[in-house]
Ligand binder design. Structure first.
Ligand SMILES: Nc1ncnc2c1ncn2[C@@H]1O[C@H](COP(=O)(O)OP(=O)(O)OP(=O)(O)O)[C@@H](O)[C@H]1O
Length: 262
């Protein structure tokens, strides 16, 4: 039975695309037939950070009624399938978001998990992905404005008959000064599914057109994404050894010095 998740937030820039781009490949790696779709048709950037652009057919053409969804499915890391949007404003203007539901119906028989990267805010384009998901996952930053906006999205989701699966707290500081899981659960009134730390390797990986789980698999955010994906896939996650950047550097320096002395 397919499970459809929508990755949503109230405020923009909380990390929805980052979460989608990393959960998708990891779920595929853990044996789930997974397809990620860029439902942020106006400000699409899932394709951009996964190295997919200048494509002949994207979700824009499908939503415009000019192409079939199976022609807009591309291969991604670890076997995940990706349905990106184009980058052009014209493509967005021609898209009809009401077609999204039919598109999902076409895909349900082929996948175990479908993940929709929803637009920020509470526009019509944003509401449709909330209604067609089995579970909406809120991506929240540990700051009061993001929490308040997520609460609005939670209420909106429930008002339109959607179901909140839980929240992912993203960009949590390593200092331990941010709200913890229990506090976030109390504030949001939803289950915290995972905590993703602030990790500069996320931006480096995106600049290299790759998800962090592929580019820097032992980085702190990658380990958090793997743990979260394993939970969603219903498998046990074996904690990997931490590869601290400073240890790696010291080891490399020691080796270089040893070679220089020899
Ligand atoms: N855990 C993190 N650590 C460091 N940087 C992060 C983290 N998560 C996301 N970012 C960065 O924050 C920025 C916004 O992330 P992203 O594009 O995923 O957000 P979004 O919610 O999809 O945005 P939008 O609402 O505009 O679609 C990006 O530059 C991304 O690299």
């Amino acid at each position: 039975m397919v499970k459809v998740y929508t990755i949503a937030s109230g405020k923009g820039g909380t990390g929805k695309t980052t979460v989608t781009a990393n959960l998708g490949p990891m779920l595929a790696q853990y044996g789930k037939k997974t397809c990620i779709l860029d439902a942020d048709v106006g400000m699409a950037n899932l394709g951009l950070i996964l190295g997919l652009e200048n494509l002949p057919v994207t979700l824009h053409e499908v939503l415009a009624g000019k192409a079939r969804v199976r022609d807009a499915i591309y291969d991604g890391p670890f076997g995940v399938k990706i349905v990106p949007c184009g980058l052009s404003l014209q493509g967005f203007q021609q898209s009809n978001p009401d077609r999204l539901k039919d598109i999902m119906t076409d895909l349900v028989s082929e996948f175990d998990i479908l993940i929709l990267d929803a637009p920020a805010g509470i526009s019509r384009d944003g509401v449709i992905p909330l209604t067609i998901a089995d579970g909406v996952i809120l991506v929240v930053n540990p700051e009061i404005s993001s929490i308040v906006d997520s609460l609005k999205t939670k209420i909106l989701t429930e008002t339109v008959g959607g179901h909140i699966e839980g929240a992912i707290i993203n960009r949590v500081a390593a200092t331990g000064n941010d709200f913890n899981s229990a506090q976030m659960e109390k504030l949001l009134g939803v289950r915290v599914l995972g905590i993703i730390p602030e990790d500069p390797n996320i931006r480096r990986a995106s600049a290299g057109r790759s998800p962090i789980v592929v580019k820097y698999p032992t980085s702190s955010a990658s380990r958090a994404f793997k743990r979260l994906s394993a939970d969603i896939a219903g498998i046990e996650y074996a904690e990997e050894e931490t590869q601290s950047t400073s240890e790696g550097f010291v080891d490399r320096l020691a080796r270089a010095l040893f070679r220089a002395k020899a």
